[in-house]
Design a binder for this molecule. Structure first.
Ligand code: SF4
Length: 414
């Protein structure tokens, strides 16, 4: 085979492995075969995902959590996840317009005994106590359960404004009524500030936040995680793959020699780059769990294999990941919305729109991206095209071409 052809096949192979995950290709990484029996068959030696304490709650949760993208027809994935010990399940009232909660409800209707072993989390995007009650009751009904283990306020941007005394009282009442065991919030932007503020409150049990190999090395994030750990707040990492916000960034990630060298090195050690990105997060013991969308068995198996794999990342492995993060930073929005959104003349939720763009372009989830975009206030949507983003781009620590992504997002999602 000519040299260039050889190089191209190597690139294609590494790219393919990266895209599908290693679960099906590297069975030696973990003994998953025993967990792959379908419902009804005997599982004599089940694989079990490790657990970690969730803050000061006294509960241990699986270090891999099943994220909420599944529908009614995905019952086998719930079953398989449960059998493997992926017993932390995360959803929200809005996921799939309620379909994800209903799918969980269908599962619990069939396997009511499993409910006791699942750490069930749902969320509602409001700080209004009355709306919280309404949302929680709807979620409980959909999921065929009388309680959730954790209730999160979804998409918290500013702890001081949103986690009010009224919310604290609501959470206490919901706990007393036996409808929720623990309370907290999820944060996709300005995470570091939210974590630091939450650590001071004394009544937050858990937080789910964007956290990955790009963000975890930042001093501010380290301080925020330390503060929460000290305050006994359980932490769940999400967005651990740190995906790109727009399609035109895709090539900076996969085509460089550095990326290929990194992928090849990881594959020789028995895992993919995607699995390495999970493993580096798990190396921080202050992170209790990683919440991951696992829409099919291949990804579930690959993620479970990563959770079971005992090999630690070497200094060189991590160095390669962090270098890759540096080389590709301009494709990833770090959620530091206070920087760019205060640099434009009109009110535009830049980091939210970049995230929706990521859902569409990197996750292939156009429906969610459009639903979230449509729910933005009309004035914000109206401001998108008339805003000059040059100052925001100059301040952006990731050097994102904000104006270009915003225009693309507007055209694709409105
Ligand atoms: S666009 Fe840049 S400044 Fe704005 S949130 Fe994303 S990374 Fe931060």
């Amino acid at each position: 085979m000519p040299k260039t052809e050889k190089k191209n096949s190597r690139r294609t192979f590494l790219k393919t492995v990266g895209a599908i995950g290693a679960g099906s290709m590297f069975a030696s990484m973990a003994p998953l075969a025993k967990a792959s029996d379908t419902d009804g068959s005997k599982n004599t030696d089940p694989v079990t995902i490790p657990t970690r304490p969730f803050g000061k709650t006294g509960v241990n949760v699986s270090i891999l959590a099943l994220g909420g993208v599944l529908n009614m027809s995905d019952q086998l994935i719930f079953r398989q996840a449960f059998k493997m010990g992926v017993t932390y399940w995360d959803t929200a009232d809005g996921y799939g317009w309620g379909k994800n909660e209903k799918a969980i409800g269908k599962y619990f209707a069939k396997f009511p005994e499993d409910r006791k072993q699942v750490f069930l989390v749902t969320k509602g995007a409001t700080s209004d106590p009355e709306e919280l009650t309404e949302k929680l009751n709807t979620s409980l009904q959909r999921m065929n359960t009388s309680y959730v283990d954790m209730y999160f306020i979804h998409y918290v941007k500013n702890v001081k404004d949103e986690l009010t005394n009224g919310v604290r009282v609501w959470a206490e009442k919901a706990k007393a009524a036996g409808k929720i065991r623990f309370f907290g919030f999820s944060a996709h932007k300005n995470m570091e500030n939210s974590l630091l503020e939450a650590a001071k409150l004394g009544w937050i049990d858990g937080i789910m936040m964007s956290y990955n190999y790009r963000l975890m090395v930042k001093d501010e994030m380290k301080r925020a995680v330390d503060a929460c750990a000290k305050a006994g707040i359980g932490l769940t990492a999400m967005k651990t793959q740190a995906a790109f916000t727009a399609n035109f960034y895709a090539s900076i990630g996969s085509e460089t020699d550095h990326a290929l060298k990194m992928t090849e090195r990881f594959l020789k050690k028995g895992f993919t780059a995607e699995q390495a990105k999970l493993k580096v997060v798990w190396e921080n013991q202050k992170i209790s769990s990683i919440c991951s969308a696992m829409p099919n068995m291949t990804i579930l198996q690959a993620n479970a294999a990563a959770a079971l794999n005992k090999e630690t990342l070497s200094f060189r492995d991590k160095q390669l990941l962090y270098q890759y993060a540096g080389q590709t930073s301009s494709g990833y929005c770090a959620g530091c919305a206070n920087i760019c959104e205060s640099a434009v003349d009109f009110r535009v939720p830049i980091s939210d729109i970049l995230r929706y763009s990521m859902y569409k372009n990197s996750y292939g989830d156009r429906d969610t991206a459009r639903r979230l975009f449509k729910a933005l206030p009309e004035d914000s949507k109206g401001n998108i095209l008339k805003t000059d983003y040059s100052k925001a781009e100059a301040f952006c620590p990731q050097k994102i071409q904000i104006g270009k992504v915003m225009k693309e997002a507007y055209e694709a999602l409105s």
